[in-house]
Write a protein that binds this ligand. Sequence first.
Ligand SMILES: O=P(O)(O)O[C@@H]1[C@@H](OP(=O)(O)O)[C@H](OP(=O)(O)O)[C@H](O)[C@H](OP(=O)(O)O)[C@H]1OP(=O)(O)O
Ligand SMILES: Nc1ncnc2c1ncn2[C@@H]1O[C@H](COP(=O)(O)OP(=O)(O)OP(=O)(O)O)[C@@H](O)[C@H]1O
Length: 522
Amino acid sequence: MALTLKEEDAADWVYRGEGAVNLVLAYAGSSPSFIGKVIRLRKAPKNGLESNGVSVRNSIALTPQERILWKNVDQLISSSDKEIVGQLYVEHVMKPLLGSNYVDVGMHILVTREFLELVEKNVTGQRPLWRVDAARVDTECDFGLLISDHSLFTHGSPRPSPCISVEIKISRLSEYNPLDLFSGSKERIQKAIKGLLITPQNNFRVFLNGSLILGGLGGVAKNTDVCIAKKFEDELKSFIEVDDGLCTENLLTLVTEALQKSGVLDKLLDVQKLDSIDIEGVIHAYYNITSEQCMVCKELSEEQAKIYASLHSASFDESLRIVKDYLIAATAKDCSLMLCFRPRNEEDSGLVYNNIYLESTKQAFDFKVYFIDLDLKRLSKVRDYYELDKKIVSRYRQKIKLDRGRNEVTGLEACNGKTVVSVELRCSKCKRKVMKLIATVAGINSIVLDPDKNTVTVVGEADPVRIIKNVRKFRKSATIVSFGSSKEEKKEHKKDVRKEEKKKEEKRDVMLPCLLDPIKIC
Ligand SMILES: O=P(O)(O)O[C@@H]1[C@@H](OP(=O)(O)O)[C@H](OP(=O)(O)O)[C@H](O)[C@H](OP(=O)(O)O)[C@H]1OP(=O)(O)O
Ligand SMILES: Nc1ncnc2c1ncn2[C@@H]1O[C@H](COP(=O)(O)OP(=O)(O)OP(=O)(O)O)[C@@H](O)[C@H]1O
């Protein structure tokens, strides 16, 4: 960490965006050390909700329990407190999984408190109000992460090539189907990207030469109406040489082809799928490794707690594996992809970059793809995930109750729940037996056996306890992997829970930007 950014450097850094944890600034000055770079600065929550005023997710060092969790990653646990664990996690956990070509670890540089205070003051006016309200730059932190600006094609040259970059966050909040995005089919990927473009929310941004031309900077954007779409199409004209009205379509083709050609989504999906056990199961493994009494089983009846007994009797190492894989998958579900395109020209058409030829415009483009925001999910988050899941399930149950009430009047079928059971399915006889036993339980709409994964997925309002009881008549070792609403339905309910939380937040005091002293509005 030789370089230090001081107060006088603050004016060279401009607002680029932010998430819940970091504020990101892009370099706009002329120092060769920083051209083509962004800096990620840690934020501190304003509401003081984290325990003892110290944010666990922001703290640099691993907790003793996390040191045990990550014990197989030597580089992580041998780091001293001063070394930055988040960066080591990206380098030694995520990079090997996602591929070194697509992951940029960045480097830490020192920053003075005066630098942080001044950049915060300079950029406050550009930050979304709710972000300003929620967190400020953490002025206690004396470093920032310097990383290449993946929305540009610079490579240190003072004159970056003209370029378009597209940022995609894999989330369900936009109106698109992630299954389309990950399908591998050109048509379906393009359909997903189109959906993201129309409802960008916090999940889709397009930058032209590093400046935002679609989506919300640092937050959520409204849907792409005719006006926005027209303006966007006009912006693209300087980049894609095609008749009016076809630039956006061609950009979609470019993005689709780059996603297909690079294979990054397949890699990402593999990592996202590491969480073979849902949070309702993982929470028990979490209590195994923290050696606390399981607060979840404590709330269940003896009968219900029996379902999870096998998870509690899993070995310590197995519990570590379950939790670790779950957290790695959580990182992979929350990261973004940045795809950057530039028209290919003879001088820089070395073999460094992949390229795509757009038949309709007769243009060749270089492209690069990077994953951004591969942050470590802290162990303590497992409890948060469980609590969130509980809220979602309870919301779902309320909905079923309501639906049942309505159905009594309309005679329609109730909404479905889903129970996943883990049971060894060795042969066709086993499968028949399990199928028969489950089929006798009331309230079942479908049963799907997966002999590769040794799981049975039961959809319907059937009682999970009855399901597992019946399966155990055949195999004692059977366990429930998850129950409640299906993942897709949960996501829908998650939206509602989030909306409610947001409403509560909006009721809190509002801070006006650009003012150092907050003004309270009634
Ligand atoms: O919990 P979720 O699904 O709302 O995801 C959070 C994201 O919200 P989103 O759904 O994308 O609007 C949230 O994104 P934003 O702040 O909305 O950009 C963060 O990514 C958060 O992760 P962390 O707290 O930074 O580790 C994300 O938290 P986790 O991925 O740790 O759950
Ligand atoms: N290396 C980069 N190059 C270009 N832009 C970047 C880079 N890193 C981050 N950004 C921009 O800054 C925004 C916020 O960064 P990031 O997602 O890392 O923040 P975060 O607080 O960690 O997010 P989250 O809340 O999702 O965890 C991104 O959405 C992206 O637009």
